[in-house]
Design a protein around this ligand. Structure first.
Ligand code: AMP
Ligand code: GLY
Length: 421
């Protein structure tokens, strides 16, 4: 099988790496890719949002499978262009990607499918906004309706700040605050059938102890020692299956990765958001533990044959990814900072998320989130130690990282008590 991954971030590096380890995959190509994927796959300088260009490249390569990584090309219809060219594609259609592209659309699908989520109001005027803020009260949750790379959401006790953010958005979703730990649960879907992955936890705030502004994610770990044993089955029954059925009923079946961002509240599991693609950085940790060959799995999803595949196989132990970001992120990140990577080991490897080569071929920072340092171990504590030792061995002076990824879970400081039914 010849596989083409579309995108250039950490998620795409991790996907390409896992695809390259599938014995059924003979070649891995990435468009456009990054200096990390360049070391084991073939990069192609193609605009990831240009469906015609991606489809032409896939045809030229004789690709059997195209995996579209980021949300922007999905929302732009790149998966549709690839499928129209007769090539199997893992990634939802433009219409199905609206589950991520529009928070208002996602809320409507959840309502129609009976999926538990926060109560919400969609507002376009100041009067509507103020009424919704006062209806739900503090803590205020204000979400820009469009794509915002995880940065369009303000959660605050300050009504003036909530109002100011809402007034900046063309259309805004205001919703009830959900308490409780957050979980990311990803399901591989073929339109009808789902293969949910193990849960992961992402760290959205920029600084230790969940301080500072939201980011795209500063680290993750999997699995979750504190989560209920049947969390995967529960989320599949409560969230994934009804959502797939509703999307199919609407004539826009969802083929690709359905990302359920969940809050484990005192009243039960609630969906915080849907994304239509693998989460970053959670995917970097998840794929470090997935034993099922990824190419065959995504091909089955892309061709509607997931029901014929076995349950997902996982390695034992845990994985932790620590994001090294450029100073200034999530504001304007410092560009061009020199990086000298620590060599990969059996239990640690580095994923490139925002790197480039300068004129002399040196590795430099070129984005906000620059590296994802992945460590595995027999326990979460061990995986943390491995990941942080690799971070310490990485020379990236103009970067920073959180020091507490997975720390509370490893110290048994996260508790979740499921409500009695
Ligand atoms: P979203 O882009 O919808 O995932 O929101 C980004 C982050 O804001 C989430 O990961 C949560 O940490 C927080 N958030 C979003 N919605 C809520 C909510 N209803 N209650 C509490 N926190 C929320
Ligand atoms: N890890 C958060 C995201 O991918 O949106």
């Amino acid at each position: 099988m010849i596989a083409l991954v579309v995108g250039s971030g950490g998620r795409e590096h991790a996907l390409a790496l896992a695809l390259s380890k599938d014995p059924a995959v003979s070649q891995v190509h990435v468009a456009p890719g990054n200096p990390g994927t360049d070391s084991f796959a073939t990069n192609h300088p193609v605009d990831q949002n240009d469906g015609a260009a991606v489809a032409a490249l896939a045809t030229e390569l004789g690709a059997n499978l195209v995996v579209v990584g980021p949300e922007a090309p999905l929302v732009a219809g790149v998966a549709d262009a690839v499928r129209e060219a007769g090539i199997a594609c893992f990634g939802p259609s433009k219409q199905a990607a609206q589950l991520e592209g529009s928070k208002a659309f996602a809320k409507q699908v959840m309502a129609d499918a009976g999926v538990p989520t926060a109560a919400s109001r969609v507002c376009t005027t100041q009067a509507e906004i103020e009424a919704a803020l006062d209806e739900f009260g503090a803590t205020y949750v204000v979400k820009d309706d469009g794509l915002a790379a995880g940065k369009g959401v303000v959660v605050t006790d300050d009504r003036a700040e909530a109002l100011a953010h809402a007034l900046q958005c063309e259309r805004v979703v205001i919703e009830e605050f959900l308490d409780g730990p957050e979980v990311s649960l990803f399901a591989i879907c073929d339109g009808t059938t789902s293969r949910p992955m193990q849960p992961a936890q992402d760290f959205k705030r920029v600084a230790d102890d969940d301080q500072g502004p939201n980011t795209g994610g500063m680290g993750a770990y999997t699995p979750l020692p504190w989560a209920p044993d049947d969390i995967v089955e529960q989320v599949d029954e409560l969230v994934i299956k009804p959502t797939l059925a509703e999307m199919e009923r609407r004539g826009t079946p969802f083929t690709g990765l359905l990302y359920a961002g969940l809050a484990m509240t005192s009243r039960g599991i609630r969906v915080v958001e849907f994304n239509a693609r693998f989460g970053d950085p959670e995917t970097q940790a998840l794929l470090a533990r997935l034993d099922t060959p990824l190419g065959q799995l995504l091909y089955a999803a892309a061709t509607g044959t997931l029901a014929e595949t076995d349950a997902l196989q996982w390695g034992s132990g845990a994985a932790v990814v620590v994001v090294m970001a450029a100073d200034g992120y999530p504001g304007t990140p410092a560009k061009g900072g020199r990086i000298v990577l620590a060599p990969d080991t059996e239990s640690a490897h580095t994923i490139h998320a925002g790197t480039a080569r300068d004129a002399d071929g040196n590795l430099v920072a070129s984005g906000g989130r620059v590296l994802g340092v992945v460590g595995t171990g027999a326990s979460l504590a061990e995986a943390r130690e491995t990941a942080y030792a690799q971070v310490a061995a990485t020379d990236f002076e103009s970067g920073f990282n959180r020091t507490d990824i997975g720390a509370k879970a490893a110290a048994n400081q996260i508790t979740y008590t499921a409500p009695e039914n």
